[in-house]
Ligand binder design. Structure first.
Ligand code: FAD
Length: 410
């Protein structure tokens, strides 16, 4: 069991200023920021390096997140290889509607698959900055989080031995299914949840993109999405009942639904290919407040989940990581704890902003297929307004691209 109980008696282990639990975008970015400031830390990860470097998920990064990575020396490959997008396309009522957001905001979406970003971050942390990372760990437990000297315990995958790492701070960056969030029991934090009661069949096709930008298909039979990942791989989504079995979606059914829901006058045909990922995501969100208990600081999906409706999760994970990495460096190298004291509040403003946009966008995507004619009518009104009113178009573009951080933030 993971808990905040006193440390079991045992040998005297080596102290680390920071232990990071989880080698996703959040944990690895914090680790890199610490290493760049010569702060010693260790990253613990349950999976293997090969696994996390291939796990497909996100692909859309916001401009401020790319600039944040660039400022920290973490975007060399991204800047060389990512595609920059300046438009998206809505399809509804059998027609195509292009929405040029860069013309309105002067900012882009960057398309860079999450496995490539994770590969870059691991390489920089472990191979370039000499960071300590332990893969395949088991039974991670945390102790004495409310004291000055917490300890992280885990089982070494090779020897089966229990290891103890006393530290000053623990970063909980172990995602939506990790252990650190479970420590934030109701007496320590409040968790707000929202269930959309909607499923998305998430698909990866080994096929070039079928359009030169992201496409949102708003259809009475359900939402469908098209998102480029690379010249060879494309992500598609199909709305489905939550808990649906991917086995009920043979390839023929998938392509036929995609053709129908993404079909519109003048739309290019879909480029089909083998489906290399097919899984059902039940759309739900949560937010943990505050994102801190004692010496444990949560970051990324461990602290807040945003269903992939608005492509915000990885961006939020990076936002947390920038703030937390900088705050830990200030505290551990200069004794300045201001950043850590304000960390949770500084993150939660953007978190709630993105949660609200996700919910708004979910109505736009799913209203037409909800079976509720009233919701279908208001959804169509929202869509028309984005294209008819420059002010509404700008407001949508700003939320879709994510607001730039305040200059004093980082
Ligand atoms: P994770 O990436 O989940 O990393 C957590 C790590 O902790 C994992 O490596 C895990 O193995 C490890 N771990 C778990 N438990 C333990 C433990 N007990 N001990 C040690 N390690 C542990 N977001 C966007 O911004 N844009 C998108 O386009 C987008 N598309 C998406 C598409 C899909 C299909 C999905 C599922 C998600 C998408 N997201 C998107 C969301 C994005 O992938 C996540 O928000 C992001 O991965 C969060 O990063 P993280 O570092 O917080 O957590």
């Amino acid at each position: 069991m993971t808990d905040a109980s006193p440390l079991p008696s045992g040998a005297l282990p080596l102290h680390k200023p920071v232990v990071v639990i989880g080698a996703g975008p959040a944990g690895l970015t914090v680790g890199n920021i610490l290493r760049a400031a010569s702060v010693d830390c260790v990253v613990l990860e349950t999976e293997s390096r090969a696994f996390i470097e291939q796990r497909p998920r996100a692909g859309v990064l916001e401009e401020w997140a790319v600039r944040g990575l660039e400022r920290r020396g973490l975007a060399v490959n991204l800047l060389a290889r990512a595609q920059r997008h300046s438009e998206c396309e809505f399809r509804f009522g059998g027609e195509r509607y292009r929405f040029g957001y860069t013309g309105l905001t002067d900012r882009h979406h960057w398309v860079y698959p999450q496995p490539l970003l994770v590969t870059d971050l691991v390489r920089e942390y472990a191979d370039v900055r000499g960071g300590d990372i332990r893969f395949g760990v088991r039974d991670v437990r945390l102790h004495d989080l409310d004291g000055d000297r917490p300890t992280v315990e885990y089982t070494d995958p090779d020897t089966g031995e229990h290891r103890l790492i006393p530290c000053d701070f623990v970063v909980g960056a172990d995602g939506a299914r990790g252990v650190t969030r479970t420590l934030l029991t109701p007496d320590r934090a409040h968790i707000s949840r929202h269930d959309y009661a909607i499923g998305w069949l998430a698909l990866l096709a080994e096929a070039p993109p079928s359009n030169d930008c992201v496409v949102f298909g708003i259809h009475p039979d359900g939402f469908a999405g098209h998102m480029a990942r690379s010249p060879e791989v494309t992500r598609y989504y199909l709305e489905c009942p939550p808990g649906d079995d991917p086995a009920d979606w043979p390839d023929d059914r998938v392509w036929s639904e995609l053709r129908k829901r993404l079909g519109a006058n003048g739309a290019p045909p879909l480029t089909e290919g083998p489906l290399i990922e097919k899984r059902v995501l039940d759309m739900h969100n949560y937010v943990v407040e505050p994102m801190r208990f004692g010496r444990l600081l949560l970051a990324g999906d461990a602290a807040h989940l945003t269903a992939p409706i608005a492509a915000k999760g990885m961006n939020l994970a990076l936002h947390d990581a920038f703030l937390l990495g900088d705050a830990l460096v200030s505290r551990l190298t200069r004794g300045d704890g201001t950043g850590l004291a304000g960390y949770s509040a500084a993150c939660l403003g953007r978190v709630w902003d993105y949660q609200e946009f996700s919910q708004w966008l979910s109505d736009v995507y799913h209203g037409t297929s909800s079976g509720d004619p009233y919701l279908a009518g208001t959804t169509q009104a929202r869509l028309r307004r984005i294209f008819a009113s420059p002010a509404a178009g700008l407001a949508f573009a700003e939320q879709y691209l994510g607001k730039d951080p305040d200059p004093q933030e980082y």
